[in-house]
Ligand binder design. Structure first.
Ligand SMILES: [Zn+2]
Length: 390
């Protein structure tokens, strides 16, 4: 077995390039597993995805740590020579982005857990998303309050201290920790804001976090899940939303502050237009039913059609129906029996639909008074089936 890998990222989170001795290189299904004597690559751990970059010019796609032995394995696209010294480079933009998010998370969690007495019970940080889970629900006001306090801590540009205190020192420190940690404990301290056990690389000062923005939050397992973005990621996320709203304003030919009002007016106009269309449809179907037994049209909506048929049924005799659709796409339909007229014999909407089911593979059914369904067939064939049953 190998000695534990020296964690260069622990000593210097800003180390972007290093030299490492290749202790082993083995083919694995995902590529090649490479172990070095020391590395600046942060492995996937504590909810944060691993760094990427290159080793000896070969792409590093994943980095893993065996938490028991502290041996770090790099997954490479190609092999490197065992025993050689390779030059490693981490994708610094991606790493710094995660440092901004992770320190932002400590600040936010420190504020939330001390001010609102709860625990941080989950954390996930990838290249795209950061989530923080807390074991109690929050109101929008509390989130706004926490966000403001967290950003205050960012702008006070506090020093972020990451180190391994002695067991004696540790005994006197009150710190947050998600799990029982074996071995040496690394504490990340932001004075007056947070002390938390954490293995990840952090920025030197809170000012480098730039901005902490809660993008959304949702109820999660009796508590809350917060989606947040920090630093450059927050700028990009807010820029995307800004572009969206300015684009919307442009398309509505109005200013950004007027968008909600313009949107509200559009919603009202649309529901009024829908109401008018339904009214017109009901009139059209009523007119059709006064002269034809079965009305076929592609412009019919089913709800106003049902209302028109119901009105006809109060005064009519026999069977009448409305078919909305076209021959190729098929029809939705409703068939009703007039409530006037003594002779209702042989006049059964349910039986008419049963005949359409049997002869044309229609779906649906109903009572002798009213039945509905859908059928994919030509108008001509539908009419000939209906003529045979009425
Ligand atoms: Zn952490």
């Amino acid at each position: 077995m190998y000695e534990k890998t020296q964690k260069l990222y622990d000593e210097n989170a800003y180390l972007t390039a290093f030299e490492g001795k290749v202790l082993s290189c083995e083919a694995i299904p995902e590529g090649y597993a490479v172990i070095l004597d020391g590395t600046a690559f942060f492995p996937e751990s504590g909810g944060q995805t691993s760094d990427t970059g290159t080793l000896g010019g070969v792409r590093v796609t994943d980095v893993r740590i065996d938490e028991k032995t502290d041996v770090i394995t790099h997954v490479l696209d190609g092999p490197v020579e065992t025993g050689s010294t390779v030059h490693g480079e981490i994708d610094w933009n991606k790493r710094f982005d995660k440092m901004q998010q992770h320190t932002g998370e400590h600040i936010f969690s420190g504020v939330v857990c001390s001010r609102f007495s709860c625990d941080n019970v989950g954390f996930h940080l990838s290249g795209e998303i950061m989530t923080m889970d807390y074991n109690r629900p929050f109101t929008q006001d509390e989130i706004n309050n926490a966000e403001a306090l967290a950003n205050d801590a960012v702008w006070r540009d506090l020093e972020v201290d990451a180190r391994y205190p002695s067991a004696q020192e540790l005994a006197g420190i009150n710190y947050r920790s998600k799990k029982e940690i074996e071995g040496a404990i690394r504490l990340v301290t932001i004075p007056g804001i947070d002390v938390c056990a954490c293995c990840a690389p952090h920025v030197r000062r809170t000012g480098e976090v730039g901005l902490i923005k809660v993008m959304s939050f949702e109820n999660h397992k009796g508590g809350i899940r917060v989606y947040a973005a920090c630093g450059k990621r927050a700028l990009y996320a807010l820029t995307r939303e800004h572009d969206l709203i300015t684009g919307l304003a442009r398309s509505l030919s109005t200013g950004v502050p007027e968008v909600p009002g313009a949107f509200e007016r559009m919603k009202n106009d649309l529901s009024e237009a829908k109401r008018q269309a339904a009214e017109l449809c009901e009139k059209m179907v009523s007119a059709g039913l006064s002269s034809e037994e079965f009305v076929f049209s592609g412009d019919i909506q089913m709800n106003p059609a049902r209302r028109a048929l119901d009105v006809w049924m109060n005064e009519g005799t026999g069977l009448r129906g409305v078919f909305a659709g076209e021959d190729d796409a098929g029809y939705s339909f409703v068939i009703g029996r007039g409530r006037k007229g003594a002779d209702l014999k042989g006049c059964d909407a349910g039986k008419a639909v049963a005949a359409l089911r049997e002869k044309l593979g229609a779906k649906g059914g109903g009572s002798p008074e009213m039945a509905q369904g859908s059928v994919k067939a030509a108008k001509e064939d539908i009419l000939s089936v209906l003529q045979s049953v009425i």
